[in-house]
Design a binder for this molecule. Structure first.
Ligand SMILES: [Zn+2]
Length: 278
């Protein structure tokens, strides 16, 4: 491994919300500590398909997760398996679908809710949540500060080379309230502040950090379809690589090969998009 990297996925945050509410992240862009681009999700711009696209670098029509009703083991190379091939240690603090897609299916609550499997060819250190019972009223999401702390703990205890954190808090709030409301203003600012408590620590621990989303959401709180509101989100990068011009629109297919490039792990033949951080 040439570098260590953390990927932070805030589910369902449209581009406009990143740029207007995440003042902490924007402050680091202004100070030159981070860069930001716009990235476009694959189609359908639905969570399950986008998670599989993020990690395999292939579109849903190739990886086979065609909707949130197709939750199964994805039998393709992904960031976890390629990192393991290079001898790196992987960790995940995410919704259980990431475990289902990239480690074991179906998800067994007791066996899979957390595991430490140093010999795994996929996820070595997993801490998951299922959001069972999620509906319009009951978000069933964990506290994000707790998730950030859990990832930090895994990094410190197991020296992760690659770690991913994923949280559905803002996606769930968007479905519930939409995006032109004080509830969303507050929720984004709170998330930004929680992140600010951990990001400098991750950088001091030697990690490059990417903070981004899996897809956007329309003002009415919908996603799955086409258009800038549902598909586009911001991508913030903290690290030493050179990237493209600020106005270049990135493709979600680029994320997997780019992360593997930063880690120094082999890019799979199935990952055909260009690395955008050299
Ligand atoms: Zn999502």
């Amino acid at each position: 491994m040439t570098r260590k990297l953390l990927l932070i996925i805030l589910d369902g945050v449209p581009y406009a919300n990143w740029r207007r509410y995440f003042g902490g992240l924007e402050g680091w862009v202004a100070s030159g500590d981070a860069r930001v681009w716009k990235m476009r999700a694959s189609l359908p711009s639905m969570s399950g398909p986008c998670y599989a696209t993020i990690h395999t670098g292939t579109p849903p029509q190739i990886h086979g997760v065609l909707s949130n009703g197709h939750i199964h083991r994805v039998e393709m190379p992904d960031i976890f398996s390629q990192t393991r091939k290079a001898g790196g240690v992987t960790g995940a603090v995410t919704h259980s679908w990431w475990s289902t897609f990239f480690n074991r299916a179906p998800f067994d609550f007791v066996r899979d809710i957390e595991y430490d499997e140093p010999e795994s060819e996929s996820i070595n250190h997993g801490r998951f949540h299922t959001m069972t019972g999620y509906d319009h009223v009951n978000q069933a999401t964990p506290c994000d500060a707790d998730l950030f702390a859990t990832l930090t703990s895994l990094c410190a205890r197991f020296n992760l080379d690659y770690g991913i954190l994923h949280t559905c808090t803002l996606d769930s709030l968007g479905h519930r309230y939409g995006h032109e409301c004080s509830e969303m203003d507050h929720a984004c600012a709170l998330m930004d502040a929680m992140l600010a408590n951990f990001l400098p620590t991750w950088r001091k621990m030697g990690y490059e950090v990417i903070v981004t989303a899996d897809h956007g959401q329309s003002l009415r709180g919908h996603h799955g379809g086409t258009g800038a509101d549902q598909q586009d989100f911001a991508l913030y990068y903290f690290g030493d690589a050179k990237g493209p011009e600020a106005d270049v629109l990135l493709d979600q297919l680029q994320l997997a090969p780019t992360i593997l490039g930063r880690l120094g792990a082999p890019v799979a033949d199935t990952m055909k998009a260009d690395n955008f951080l050299i």
